[in-house]
Write a protein that binds this ligand. Structure first.
Ligand SMILES: Nc1ncnc2c1ncn2[C@@H]1O[C@H](COP(=O)(O)OP(=O)(O)OP(=O)(O)O)[C@@H](O)[C@H]1O
Length: 617
């Protein structure tokens, strides 16, 4: 078969399925603004970095509605349409898994899928808010609080998301639920140039003057949590306009004016908290507020959080130690008080984010009777940087899980098709990554379990944790102890080897709120804020008190996999054609690496073989 001049819309039509051919095909099509290409029924979407309005207008939606798959040009709408029709005809739940590296276009793709599903399953405009409107407007709310500018994407989601859209027996949207995964907390207190903190901080600093007066806010350059980077503005985005848009979206989602006020009070308080500085106190290893400025910020934060300023200072600068004999109040030195301050800010922000997600869910409402749903997964892709920490470990663990899900699905599909065509399938090799998953999640003895053990044992350090890993996995095929480091470790993932720095693993895995912070905030005179800090469940034993981010994430991931396993999956692979985030630039090596990390070469090959065999059979 000759290669078509404009490329082929399905890679399985290529005469040879090899990397240069695949790349050439994607590049040719990209040049013509044909950003979508199939590989069998997997959709590859190359980020255009420009608005291609005509691709997504209502005329396009009409065209794709009910059109047989493959009849029209490849498109996200076609994938959503297949999922919807499969759901209606077979009465089965479906899911669409959107993957790709940061900036590849997952969130945009997810929004288009949701828009199309809202079009298919929406009700005729009735008065008030419709479920689909609420579902769509939950995006800007979550983006304002969970997205930020990073070096790789100006609007990067710093959390994973699974949106479950429920349908009634007539195929109408009857409810929805959003599940989120692992928000990046460290960003609240720590950003580096030229990144930004979460959008909401800049939006609030661009609010109308009377609101700024209310929250005692000034220029974003004033705030320590924002001025560690020189980037304040986003090209082509007006924070003032976005602030109003976010407020409107909050209205639609069902967040009351009072609640909105409390939310932005928390956001403003965090900015003030970041500006509280400490100096050495009179006593050894104690600290006091550094100057009048710090006093002002502390008092303002206390006012906004509606708590007692004296108790607030104590909660930041002191710790209560309970021994069997007595209760001792111990002072913190300025360095420890600063860490305490940042911990406070991160805790309150992550509680606020969780509240928003819960509120969106309760406000949209769940349809308990729904038999069918379509889930859309928008989750971080595989990451391998110069320096990789606990976040990358969790992200890559997620991707191992999804890769296994994909392998099992393709394998099952092949088996079924071959059986149907009466072809002997005994020779198909099943690529399995269970060994990496065991290394990470096995209980007892996996990396997560060993990390939890280390966190529970007071004398552990990252050095002792790393030594334990070296001992335990000495002979593990997927574990590598580097020669030159005593604390790093590498895992041979399906997409390549990643070296992790264990230094902050223990701290980042600990999931507890300092008792003094909890006490202060649960006593807030603002019911919204007190509600973010309900009393912790009764402690039955010491061990039940410990909860870890890793173990909780593992549970969440298992629940996600259980949901996905009960659905018919569809895959969309987003590709970022360049690192300068500009249209019309297609970097071959870059794209090739992404294809290898995601739908890997062997997966493409197996999908290809499957189609060839089917055509011959
Ligand atoms: N189909 C599209 N049409 C126009 N622009 C797009 C499209 N897809 C992506 N973009 C552009 O690329 C940017 C990055 O896309 P997006 O935020 O969806 O990436 P992502 O894969 O979700 O990244 P992250 O993992 O960092 O959240 C968008 O802000 C938008 O400017």
């Amino acid at each position: 078969m000759e290669a078509a001049a404009g490329g082929v819309d399905d890679m399985t039509k290529l005469s040879y399925l090899h990397e240069p051919g695949v790349l050439q095909n994607l590049a040719t099509r990209y040049e013509l603004n044909e950003i979508y290409t199939y590989t069998g029924n997997i959709l590859i979407a190359v980020n255009p970095f420009q608005r291609l309005q005509h691709l997504y207008d209502s005329h396009m939606m009409q065209q794709y509605k009910g059109a047989p798959f493959g009849e029209l040009s490849p498109h996200v709408f076609a994938v959503a349409d297949v999922a919807y029709r499969a759901m209606i005809h077979e009465g089965r739940s479906n899911s669409i898994l959107v993957s790709g590296e940061s900036g590849a276009g997952k969130t945009e793709t997810t929004k288009m899928l949701m828009q199309y599903l809202a079009y298919l399953g929406g009700r005729a405009a009735t008065e008030g808010r419709t479920v689909e409107q609420q579902v769509l407007e939950s995006n800007p709310v979550l983006e304002a609080f969970g997205n930020a500018k990073t070096v790789r994407n100006n609007n990067s989601s710093r959390f994973g998301k699974f949106v479950e859209i429920q349908f009634d027996k007539h195929g109408r949207i009857s409810g929805a639920a959003v599940r989120t995964y692992l928000l990046e907390r460290s960003r609240v207190c720590q950003i580096s140039d030229p990144e930004r903190n979460y959008h909401c901080f800049y939006l609030l600093c661009a609010a109308p003057q009377e609101e700024l007066d209310k929250y005692k806010l000034e220029n974003p350059r004033t705030y320590h949590y924002l001025n560690k980077s020189n980037c304040y503005d986003l090209v082509g985005v007006s924070d003032a306009r976005e602030y109003l848009a976010t407020r409107r979206a909050m209205d639609i989602v069902g967040i009351s004016t009072q609640e909105q006020d409390a939310i932005f009070r928390v956001v403003a308080a965090i900015l003030h908290i970041g500006n509280i500085e400490f100096a050495k106190g009179k006593e050894v290893d104690s600290s006091v507020l550094k100057d009048d400025k710090s006093k002002f910020h502390l008092e303002t934060a206390a006012e906004l959080l509606m708590c007692d300023p004296g108790a607030f200072t104590d909660a930041l600068c002191k710790r209560v130690m309970v021994t069997p004999e007595e209760v001792i109040k111990r002072s913190l030195d300025p360095y420890s008080a600063t860490i305490s301050r940042d911990g406070f800010a991160k805790t309150i922000y992550s509680r606020l984010f969780d509240w928003l997600v819960d509120k969106i869910n309760s406000s949209i409402g769940q349809d308990a009777n729904s038999k069918c749903l379509i889930g859309v997964l928008d989750i971080y892709g595989f990451e391998s940087f110069k320096s990789n920490s606990f976040e990358q470990f969790c992200i890559n663990y997620t991707n191992e899980k999804l890769q296994q899900h994909f392998n099992q699905h393709v394998f099952k599909m092949e088996q079924e098709e071959y059986t149907k065509e009466q072809i002997d399938w005994s020779y198909i090799e099943f690529v399995d990554n269970q060994d990496v998953l065991d290394l990470i999640e096995k209980k007892p003895g996996g990396v997560i379990a060993l990390l939890d053990e280390a966190c529970m044992f007071p004398k552990s350090t990252h050095e002792t944790f790393a030594q334990k890993l070296y001992q335990t996995f000495q002979k593990h095929k997927r574990f590598v102890k580097p020669k030159l480091s005593r604390t790093d470790f590498a895992i041979a993932h399906y997409a390549g080897e990643v070296m992790y720095q264990s230094a902050q693993f223990l701290d980042k895995n600990k999931d507890y709120v300092v008792a003094e912070h909890q006490e202060l905030l649960s006593a807030s005179r603002c019911s919204f804020i007190a509600g973010l800090f309900p009393p912790p469940p009764e402690e039955t034993s010491k061990s039940s008190k410990f909860s870890s981010i890793g173990a909780r994430f593992k549970q969440q991931l298992q629940a996600l996999m259980d949901t996905l396993n009960s659905t018919e999956p569809h895959y969309i692979r987003c590709v970022k054609p360049n690192n300068v985030l500009k249209p019309a630039i297609f970097e071959n090596v870059n794209v090739m690496q992404q294809l290898r990390c995601g739908v890997s070469a062997s997966d493409l090959l197996s999908v290809f073989l499957l189609y060839c065999n089917l055509m011959e059979a």
